[in-house]
Design a protein around this ligand. Structure first.
Ligand code: 13P
Length: 242
């Protein structure tokens, strides 16, 4: 496994207002989140980024900020879009690109995703590139072929982070068997041997220890279990105890 730092990423999706986000930060044991091997990253909504950036700066915590999406255009007349440069200026170091909710609900696809990755790099952001198969593909045993196609536009030399998120595992409570996960991770690592690789999909306080024990991931991209400060903190502790 590449010798990367590990990452614990909270993807808050559209679940928290700025008010709720600041309450979350007050309740999180931030003084315990030290500059350890695990980089904690929070991805709130766009509008919450400035308040969270201010909070993190004031409390000198090593938590990093991430956006959940960015525009496929540099700048210009694109009502409602937010550019990578704007995100960097707002205090982000990372941006999630290609989340399955963006792909499925908002029709995002290539070549726009590659453009977003490129613009993120240009702006000084590290893309966290999401990919993963549907249940049909998983059950028909075609996961590797599908992932290969999703990853085909990307060079193994890109300094981005990959996040394998099987669509059927997101928000469902189901995770792949450890054997399947190990096989898929081995396949992804054969294509991207030096890239940090995260897993996302129903990671929670009950399965994180087994996931850490049975797999060789560089961390996790967490949705539902990242919304409660005590649960999220327990994930951080589990990662630091490994
Ligand atoms: P859940 O952890 O709620 O399954 O969500 C995973 C996810 O989509 C993270 O990006």
């Amino acid at each position: 496994m590449p010798n990367h730092k590990h990452f614990l990423v909270a993807n808050w999706k559209m679940a928290m207002t700025t008010h709720q986000a600041l309450d979350f930060m007050k309740m999180l044991s931030v003084q315990e989140i030290t500059d350890s091997r695990t980089q904690v990253i929070i991805a709130p909504s766009f509008v919450t980024l400035p308040a969270l950036h201010q909070w993190i700066t004031q409390h000198s915590t090593p938590i990093a900020l991430c956006a959940q999406n960015s525009a496929a255009m540099q700048s210009g007349a694109y009502t409602g879009e937010v550019s990578a440069v704007m995100l960097k200026e707002t205090g982000c170091d990372y941006v999630i690109i290609g989340h399955s909710e963006r792909r499925i609900l908002f029709g995002e696809r290539e070549p726009d995703l590659s453009t977003k990755v490129e613009l993120a790099f240009q702006a000084g952001l590290t893309p966290i590139f999401c990919f993963g198969e549907s249940r049909d593909i998983y059950e028909s045993g075609k996961t590797n072929d599908f992932l290969r196609k999703q990853l085909a536009p990307y060079s193994a030399k890109l300094p981005f982070i990959l996040a394998y998120e099987p669509i059927w595992s997101i928000g469902t409570g189901f995770i792949p068997t450890y054997d399947d996960l190990a096989r898929t991770v081995g396949f992804i690592r054969s294509l991207f041997p030096d890239t940090a690789l995260l897993y996302g999909g129903s990671v929670n306080g009950s399965n994180i220890d087994s996931l850490l024990q049975h797999t060789t991931m560089n961390g996790f991209l967490v949705g539902g279990a990242s919304l409660k400060p005590d649960v999220f903190y327990s994930l951080y502790q589990a990662m630091n105890q490994r």
